[in-house]
Design a protein around this ligand. Structure first.
Ligand SMILES: Nc1ncnc2c1ncn2[C@@H]1O[C@H](COP(=O)(O)OP(=O)(O)OP(=O)(O)O)[C@@H](O)[C@H]1O
Length: 242
């Protein structure tokens, strides 16, 4: 894919002497939703942490055509490469509104912050209702919405979501994936890491299967969801159309 927003080639990441990613390559085109699916320990979180710059890596990754290695963690965020981590990392003793405002800490214009906040509340009416509530007292699904909402306050171009469905009831998972899908219409590109392969592939354009630090399969999400190797390992043995 030429002109990809993110292009990763032969990415290696080590934890000490143990290599966790053995040369991962992937591309994310502007406006796409791209999923990385795979089992526990496959290296999904490691991949996103390396792309966010919080883990050192080797290989060639380019974001907006520029070598990622030249960009600090802060510079990546400033340019719109934003990670919503698996553990959500909210400030539990601060209110919903204050957590959201923390996402806009680098913004100078108050009117822009206000506009972004209004947009987040429009997308997540539940956060508006609970704006004065302490983040630590929210349900798991609400906390995930807050984590995504806080990331949206940074005006991301490429939002990297690490297992947004983790620990959530199926009905809430559907709500979260509807939100992810709605981001496409807002010009936000998404790189989604998920163990819930069915839900992830159903809302994605393209998918990669990561196993023990290697990309084992990749292709259009619909084709992957119908691939017997994927259905037997990740989709409970049945192929299902979108
Ligand atoms: N801080 C660490 N130190 C040493 N090894 C680590 C560390 N973090 C992860 N690993 C190892 O790296 C490999 C990839 O882990 P990673 O957390 O990236 O997988 P994952 O696909 O995100 O799994 P999960 O879905 O369980 O979060 C695993 O073998 C894991 O044990």
């Amino acid at each position: 894919m030429s002109g990809a927003l993110l292009s990763v080639q032969d990415l290696h990441v080590n934890y000490g002497r143990v290599e966790a990613l053995h040369g991962v390559s992937l591309e994310v085109g502007a406006g796409q939703i791209v999923s990385v699916i795979g089992p526990n320990g496959a290296g999904k979180t490691t991949l996103l942490s390396a792309l966010a710059g919080v883990l050192p890596s080797r290989g060639a990754a380019r974001y907006q055509g520029e070598p990622l290695s030249a960009l600090s963690v802060e510079e990546r965020v400033r340019r719109g490469l934003v990670l919503v981590p698996e553990k959500r990392e909210l400030f539990g003793s601060m209110t919903v509104a204050d957590n959201l405002l923390l996402g806009s800490y680098s913004r100078r214009s108050r009117s822009r912050v206000k506009a972004d906040l209004d947009e987040v509340y429009q997308r997540f009416p539940r956060l508006l209702e609970r704006r004065g509530q302490l983040a630590g007292t929210l349900s798991g699904g609400e906390q995930q919405m807050l984590a995504i909402g806080r990331a949206l306050m940074t005006s991301p171009k490429l939002l990297m979501l690490d297992e947004p469905s983790l620990g959530l009831a199926p009905i809430i998972v559907r709500e979260i994936f509807n939100i992810v899908e709605s981001l496409r219409g807002s010009g936000v590109t998404v790189l989604l890491v998920e163990q819930n392969a069915r839900a992830a592939l159903a809302c994605s354009d393209h998918g990669y299967v990561l196993e023990t630090g290697d990309v084992k399969l990749s292709g259009p999400a619909q084709a992957l969801a119908a691939d017997p190797a994927v259905t037997s390992a990740y989709l409970g043995g049945e192929s299902e159309s979108r």
